[in-house]
Design a protein around this ligand. Structure first.
Ligand SMILES: Nc1ncnc2c1ncn2[C@@H]1O[C@H](COP(=O)(O)OP(=O)(O)OP(=O)(O)O)[C@@H](O)[C@H]1O
Ligand SMILES: [Mg+2]
Length: 357
């Protein structure tokens, strides 16, 4: 087969932006690339000059070379080979097709497509599935935990009020705190597993709801001399579940306060129109920030860097925002701070009619 004798428009085979096509031959026991084209090449940190006329070991790290040579060898022996891999944060699916003439492979054509989005979705779906299985279990035993917990809490309070030995008070305080914590975990877990139970969408003054949440969090912020600023340019009416939205804002403000040192820094909240259909809430802090390696783990259940954190706060926020057909985006720089942006549609397509405030 001769490249010059056939003109093939490889672009038509490669979905724009999502893939590349390449060819290789085996010469002197080495696989040499003879062609590469497509938008994905740059995204994975390669360029045609680096690939054409070269073997794998000339442009890939040794562990990847070893793995790929196995696939290349199989394809050269006449098999169609599919494999997945990742370079520079891009997940791809590659297919190697041997071109055989008179029973001999003359070259192999490979196509690679970007499956990063699908991989992320698959991972999220697996995570949610894991959660819903565990959540079913949690929901099932929640009553069993809650009832004895209520009695324990009630009696611990009575004991605290009537105890004469003052040395016992701190222990009782810890017991009460820990019982609150168990209660919170059980509630949050049940919510994550079944967020759409008891949802109640209503049109409401969203600017006021944010102000209420800020007032609620202010005593905690004051303890660290942190000021929470709210910049509201226009009054915005939004279709949402009041309690769930409060939970999102309180969780995010709580995280922002926890991340900020006691030094009189500001946490700023803003509410803006984002096109006619949506609104954007932005929460900025100048706290410790989050390194890139940890950013992708934030929505995992029980992922926490805090001694007393449950690691369910952000996941709960995400579940609520998903339920409101919105999106949450986190941008962060270690030592500089964190910006959380939430995009929410003004109207849910649930035919909400109630108007509050
Ligand atoms: N504003 C922020 N600044 C810095 N790190 C943050 C911020 N928000 C979240 N994080 C990081 O993300 C992790 C997960 O947050 P999440 O709210 O889910 O759990 P948590 O705060 O640890 O526990 P809790 O369930 O009590 O909220 C935190 O432990 C922290 O490391
Ligand atoms: Mg939190």
């Amino acid at each position: 087969m001769n490249d010059e004798s056939i003109t093939v428009d490889y672009e038509q085979f490669i979905p724009r932006e999502t893939g590349f096509i390449f060819k290789f031959i085996k010469k002197d026991n080495q696989f040499i690339h003879t062609f590469i084209e497509g938008k994905l090449i740059e995204k994975v940190g390669l360029c045609p000059d680096l690939v054409i006329g070269r073997s794998l070991m000339e442009f890939l790290p040794p562990d990847q070379v070893k793995r790929k040579e196995v696939f290349y060898e199989k394809a050269w022996n006449g098999e169609q080979v599919n494999y997945e891999g990742s370079i520079g944060g891009i997940h791809y699916l590659a297919v190697l097709n041997p071109i055989r003439i008179n029973g001999e492979t003359v070259e192999v054509i490979g196509t690679t497509i970007d499956i990063t989005k699908e991989k992320i979705r698959e991972k999220q779906a697996q995570q949610m599935e894991k959660l819903s299985v565990v959540g079913e279990l949690a929901a099932g035993i929640a009553h069993e935990i809650r009832n004895p917990l209520t009695s324990l809490k009630g009696f611990a309070k009575i004991v605290k009020e009537s105890v004469t030995d003052q040395k016992l008070i701190p222990y009782l305080d810890i017991m009460l705190d820990e019982m609150d914590r168990i209660n919170r975990i059980v509630n949050e877990f049940m919510f994550i597993a079944k967020p759409n139970e008891n949802v109640h969408f209503q049109f409401m003054n969203f600017s006021k709801l944010i102000t209420d949440c800020i007032h609620f969090m202010e005593p905690q912020a004051n303890l660290k001399s942190i000021k929470i600023e709210f910049d509201v340019k226009v009054e915005i009416i939004l279709d949402c579940d009041r309690n769930q939205m409060k939970q999102v804002l309180i969780n995010l403000l709580q995280n922002a306060i926890e991340a900020t040192e006691d030094n009189g820094h500001f946490i700023s909240v803003s509410l803006d129109e984002a096109g006619g259909e949506s609104v954007m809430v932005t929460i900025r802090d100048k706290g410790c920030g989050i390194p890139e390696s940890r950013l992708k783990r934030l929505f995992e259940p029980f992922y926490s860097t805090k001694e007393k954190g449950t690691g369910l706060g952000l996941l709960t926020c995400k579940r609520i925002i998903d339920l409101h057909q919105g999106s949450i985006d986190i941008e962060s720089q270690p030592e500089e701070g964190t910006v959380i942006r939430i995009l929410l549609p003004r109207v849910q397509n649930t035919g909400t009619l109630l108007i509050a405030e």
